[in-house]
Design a protein around this ligand. Structure first.
Ligand code: NAD
Length: 264
């Protein structure tokens, strides 16, 4: 496809299936002509990712578990070998043990705390460092976060603490890479029923509450997130970096709805 992303090449990390936020983003980018590479976690996911990549015109797949430094090195070596450059990167990866996405945050174990921080926070910094070497001015990095970083959300627990750290790292990375003209932003997406989100206890209640209480009175889709990601990854957002951009149907701006306002 021709479009305003024609000639740009980017790596999408975190595609698991057609409900993934990474899929919404990939479709939007491909629709504007971007060339895409995909990294997936482990052989088991390859069968899922391959046909999706083909749907958006890509046969460039790399296996990359972000807990493995050597796998990350190899991923960027392959990109260098095939493309010689990278224009954008999407980090749509997070993980915490399901047993700790319920109950009290205070019961977090040191092992899962470290694991959650490593996969959900450090990995973005680790891939940003490797991407820097392949990016020219105009390069753009994007990660995904959630409002549970900022306010208490039941069952989100250690993931909320990790997302707060991820958002802080967006600001530090924005300055570290800003001198080279590389931008770093996050989208804070409203809750969406994906594989990862299904690990959070009470997801159904979260979705109902959000739908009833957001400004737009609806939940967001992976396509809503994809279209906003397209802007942040494109030259239209050339002046935007270090930003946490909410794509949540206006949920986070509502403190308390007036009854008549809620009906309007
Ligand atoms: P998803 O399950 O489709 O994607 C999560 C991805 O993380 C999967 O592709 C998985 O393979 C990958 N991953 C986990 N551990 C990994 C590892 N060690 N190495 C490499 N990859 C690994 O779910 P999603 O909801 O699309 O999640 C994408 C991002 O969006 C996550 O950061 C998530 O926290 C964030 N997010 C999700 C929501 C939501 O409600 N779904 C809301 C806001 C933010």
């Amino acid at each position: 496809a021709q479009g305003f992303m024609s000639g740009k090449r980017g790596l999408i990390m975190g595609l698991a299936n057609n409900r993934s936020i990474a899929w919404g983003i990939a479709k939007a980018l491909a629709g504007q002509g971007a060339d895409l590479a995909f990294s997936y976690q482990g052989e088991a996911l390859k069968r899922r990712v391959e046909p999706l990549a083909a749907e958006v015109g890509s046969d460039f797949l790399v296996e990359c578990d972000v807990s493995d430094e050597a796998a990350m090195d190899k991923t960027f070596e392959e990109i260098k070998a095939r493309w010689g450059k990278l224009d954008f990167l999407v980090h749509a990866i997070g993980f915490s043990n399901k047993e700790e996405l319920e109950g009290r945050y205070i019961d977090t174990t040191p092992g899962n705390f470290a694991l959650t921080m490593n996969i959900s926070v450090y990995s973005f910094t680790a891939v940003a460092k490797r991407a820097e070497a392949l990016m020219a001015p105009g390069g753009s990095l994007l990660t995904l976060t959630y409002y549970g970083s900022t306010k208490y959300v039941p069952n989100y627990n250690v993931m909320g603490v990790a997302k707060a750290a991820l958002e802080a790292s967006v600001r530090y990375l924005a300055v570290d890479l800003g001198g080279k003209g590389i931008r770093v932003n996050a989208i804070s997406a409203g809750a969406i029923k994906t594989l990862a989100a299904s690990g959070i206890a009470g997801l159904r209640d979260m979705l109902h509450w959000q739908e009833a209480n957001s400004a737009l009175r609806r939940n967001v889709s992976i396509d809503d997130v994809g279209n906003s990601a397209l802007y942040l990854l494109s030259d239209f957002a050339n002046g935007v970096t270090g930003e946490i951009h909410y794509v949540d149907a206006g949920y986070s701006v509502v403190g308390m709805k007036l009854l008549e306002a809620a009906e309007g």
